[in-house]
Design a protein around this ligand. Structure first.
Ligand SMILES: [Zn+2]
Ligand SMILES: [Zn+2]
Length: 343
């Protein structure tokens, strides 16, 4: 089969590999029908993910059809359409039982697919712990509608979930990229007074306005003035999805005293927490990464029409042309948000 492979720092290549085999009774083999390219894939390519193993098949965001399932798998069987979770988790350890599945203590726990074990930018993928790693896609939900459920939409959903929102809150979302807009789509479920999306690139602000006409889309230089005029002097919930030192500084500065700031972004460098400047704001920070254990709930919200992030998938390429898809995604031009790959 064809599999897009992390060869070495700076080099991904489409290679021929054998179809993966079931290795444990809890595994399932999934025939991939649609896979996404994620910013985390670019982090691997740049060598910024030290635990990524050269030679692995990349890709951790995909949907497909179960080809076969191990003897201990209960929740899915051959022929089921499924969404694959970015995270591998056993479901049994202390962290899993609390819902902190990102910290599952299994050796493959957390983000393993497409990083430490073979992922899904390929024709087939082996999914360990298939009962927790796969979620059946309801009839009537397309592959495109379900593609982001396992990773970026799970991240947006989780960020909103841990933000402790109350009805009538003001959300500020820093960064209008795929994660930011997924977070915005989930924030809307919490009956907020307003959602403000802060994005530096004008074309992304335009896209965000079309994606969510009821949100306020502002440039970074407009944010402070807007949030300081809010009834409580700042945002109640801030979701930092930008991933730069500047976006982090904006996130805590625009928060009202006693707000919750969720840091969902993945940074490529250390970030300073200027505690003297923050003194008296009494902020609560919550940091990433996603606990991806709500895929069934998210799919149900898509099924009943309360979330639709499919407009974020702006381009689709066949697997044979995946390198072109990466070029487009990395360049970030031409209105590209998410690139889907069809094996
Ligand atoms: Zn990802
Ligand atoms: Zn576990």
């Amino acid at each position: 089969m064809l599999a897009y492979t992390y060869v070495k720092k700076g080099c991904f290549r489409l290679e021929h590999k054998p179809v993966p085999q079931i290795l444990s009774p809890r595994d399932a083999l999934v025939k991939v029908t649609l896979a996404g390219i994620c910013t985390s894939d670019l982090h691997i390519k740049r060598g910024a993910v030290p635990r990524a193993v050269p030679g692995i098949t990349v890709g951790h965001e995909m949907v497909g059809v179960v080809e076969s399932a191990g003897s201990a798998v209960k929740n899915v069987r051959a022929g089921d359409r499924v969404c694959v979770n970015v995270e591998t988790f056993c479901g049994d350890c202390w962290f899993c039982r609390q819902g902190y599945v990102n910290n599952c203590t299994d050796k493959n726990g957390g983000w393993a697919l497409g990083c430490r074990i073979d992922g899904g930018q390929a024709e087939y993928v082996r999914v360990p712990f298939a009962d927790t790693g796969l979620t059946k896609i309801p009839d009537g939900v397309t592959d495109t509608a379900a593609l982001l459920v396992g990773d970026v939409l799970a991240t947006g959903y989780w960020a909103v979930k841990i933000a402790e929102a109350q009805p009538g809150d003001t959300f500020v979302i820093i960064g209008g990229g795929p994660v930011g807009l997924c977070a915005a789509a989930c924030a809307r479920l919490k009956s907020p007074a307003r959602i403000i999306i802060c994005e530096s690139r004008p074309e992304r602000r335009e896209f965000a306005k079309k994606f969510m006409p009821d949100a306020l889309c502002v440039a970074p230089e407009e944010l402070a003035c807007l949030t300081s005029s809010l009834p409580r002097g700042g945002a109640d919930r801030v979701l930092e999805c930008g991933g730069t030192a500047e976006s982090f500084a904006m996130a805590w500065r625009c928060a009202r005293p006693n707000a919750v700031v969720v840091v969902a972004a993945l940074y490529e460098q250390a970030i300073t927490l200027p505690l003297p400047d923050m003194y008296g704001k009494n902020l609560t920070f919550k940091t990433g990464g996603v606990d991806g254990c709500d895929c069934a709930a998210i799919l149900e919200l898509i099924h009943c029409g309360r979330i639709d992030v499919s407009p974020l998938i702006t381009h689709t390429f066949p697997l044979s042309e995946i390198a072109e898809g990466y070029r487009l995604f990395e360049g970030g031009k031409g209105g590209v948000y998410k690139v889907a790959i069809r094996p």
